[in-house]
Design a protein around this ligand. Sequence first.
Ligand code: PEP
Ligand code: MN
Length: 337
Amino acid sequence: MVVVVDKNLPQLKVEKIIDELNKFGFDVHRSTGEKYIILGALGVQPGFDIRKVKMLEGVVDVFRITEPYKLASKRFKADKTLIRINDITIGADEIVVIAGPCSVESEHQIMKLAEIVKKSGAKILRGGAFKPRTSPYSFQGLGEEGLKLLRQAGDTSGLAVITEIIEPSHFELIEKYTDIFQVGSRNMYNYPLLKLLGTSKKPVMLKRGMSATIDEWLMSAEYILAGGNPNVIICERGIRTFDTTLRNTFDVSAIVSVKEKTHLPVCADPSHAIGYRDKIIPMARAAVAAGTDVLMVEVHHDPDNALSDGPQALLPKQFDEVMKQIKAIAEIIGRRI
Ligand code: PEP
Ligand code: MN
């Protein structure tokens, strides 16, 4: 941490600031410039609230130089985190594709979609059983029945499965059926849920909150890591901005910037970011070109009758087309699908 102090501050008061910094546990290195005294406060304290220093008399400004998270940081662990599920490795050269419907709706629907997405090259089947819907009157998911059907479809087709957990009381039930937990955008700040997922042996895909900064998102990942679960995938799914043309704003730049900060594998979800089927294909290409480790898209064979997110579901032939296109892009950047 760098503490900028007014150069005209009486010596005794400067010493008082140094004293306080020592009391907070920092070693202090002092240097004097033309206008300011610069105090280098040395010692990594991830949870330290820098306002405690900002409030001291004579302090002009304070800058953090280490991130507020540790376990999620590349400085703490330089090697990329690899997550293994059966024969799939997430975070390596291969870009892993997750596909399937927004919600599990029926046995026929999920079995059919498992077959469709598998044939085009997806490795993981998605499908919500507990849905966090904006309206309480919208379809809320099939609950345990949906979990059973998802598991059955995964096992029959040879795909791993991912499904969303929306509250702590569902933890044991969902853990029984899923290979990967998904934490949705709305729950990125649900710290009790994140703590609980830190105790699981199963990987967690943590979506970015719709108005979360990159550091807030990584702080949420830190909760899961700090609980003892090292297998976290972080997922960009679009953020809220001033523009409302599309469902959200797909922050492709986050794929690049978050990778500079963390060793965790990154997923991109253009479906929830864009919200309109025809515009998802170019954004899936962009995500792969930007270096995502995982791509997640929603696919439905009868989107007009889907119980949630029909307008953003790719038709099977569109999904097949996306897979062909991203294979070509992956090859150019030294990766594969
Ligand atoms: C979903 O994946 O179906 C979902 C609800 O996503 P998000 O949390 O990104 O809105
Ligand atoms: Mn959805």
